[in-house]
Design a protein around this ligand. Structure first.
Ligand code: NAP
Length: 259
């Protein structure tokens, strides 16, 4: 477990920080001393999240931002710097996803997911990256999914976006290493969030089918994934760069063949 002051006086910006994994990650960084910036489209998600964090004594602000819009991303980063002086760590967690057979997916449905989960990650990385280059370093942790390399039937848009983010993680990890910036990713297996449950396993039967496909026979939880994110952003991971850490109970390995 990381020391409670691991991120003391460090500012961590989390996209999609008002719900699910983003919010759990904000709690974990807060526990470790960080100042928090939560960004997403909806003040209804962000405001109660900031209140929860403040009630625990953590310093947090929210900035309503649509990561699909480069100008909005620019404003988000400027506002975070204005408030906390610097952004030390960026967590690219925001995403959108829905199940749809590929042959029925409209151009609009394809574009919206790619815009959030691939283009948005680039806009945020580029904007925070410019600032980190000026400041002499930082850490970026992206949230991907194993279907980036296993394929994800019914989620071709998201699988393609996450595969792009894996390539971005490795590319920026190498390109920006000389600036003291490390770029890594976590790849969680299925974990419960209201957003994922409603869109990806709306019925108990579907949830059970997914659970049975995981060798460890359980869903992940947001706390254990948040701990992996904070580890990758911490000084304990200073020599880890361009890596994707998979936390999925072995699900991406499939059931294995004995012949
Ligand atoms: P979630 O709670 O629905 O999180 C998605 C977040 O993204 C929301 O806070 C949403 O907030 C934000 N968002 C969506 N569109 C946005 C936009 N255009 N601009 C800014 N923010 C936007 O779902 P989650 O399950 O915690 O997912 C978190 C991450 O884990 C995602 O990257 C997802 O792909 C990944 N993941 C999840 C699972 C799983 O089983 N749950 C598995 C593997 C990977 P607003 O609505 O307020 O914008």
């Amino acid at each position: 477990m990381l020391a409670p002051d691991t991120f003391r006086d460090r500012c961590v910006l989390i996209t999609g920080g008002g719900t699910g994994l983003g919010l759990a990650t904000a709690h974990e960084f807060g526990r470790l001393g960080a100042k928090l910036v939560l960004a997403s489209r909806s003040a209804e998600h962000l405001e109660p999240a900031v209140k929860q964090l403040e009630d625990k004594g953590y310093e947090a602000i929210s900035i309503v931002t649509d990561v699909r819009r480069p100008k909005a991303v620019e404003r988000m980063v400027a506002r975070a710097i204005e408030r906390f002086g610097r952004v030390h760590t960026l967590i690219n967690n925001a995403a959108g996803n829905f199940l749809c057979p590929s042959e029925e997916l409209s151009a609009g449905g394809w574009k919206v997911v790619i815009d959030i989960a691939l283009n948005g990650v680039f806009y945020c990385s580029r904007e925070v990256g410019r600032h980190m280059i000026d400041q002499g370093g930082g850490q970026i942790v992206n949230v991907v999914a194993a279907y980036a390399w296993t394929g994800g039937p019914g989620t071709v848009h998201s699988a393609a976006a996450k595969a792009g983010v894996v390539a971005m993680t490795r590319t920026l990890g190498v390109e920006w290493a000389s600036h003291g910036i490390r770029v890594n990713a976590v790849s969680p297996g299925p974990f419960h969030s209201d957003g994922a449950a409603s869109r990806l396993w709306p019925s108990e039967e579907q949830a059970e089918e997914i659970r049975r496909a995981v060798p460890t026979q359980r869903f992940g939880n947001t706390e254990e994934i948040a701990q992996a994110i904070t580890y990758l952003a911490s000084p304990y991971a200073d020599y880890i760069n361009g890596e994707v850490l998979v936390l999925d109970g072995g699900a991406h390995l499939g059931r294995g063949l004995s012949v």
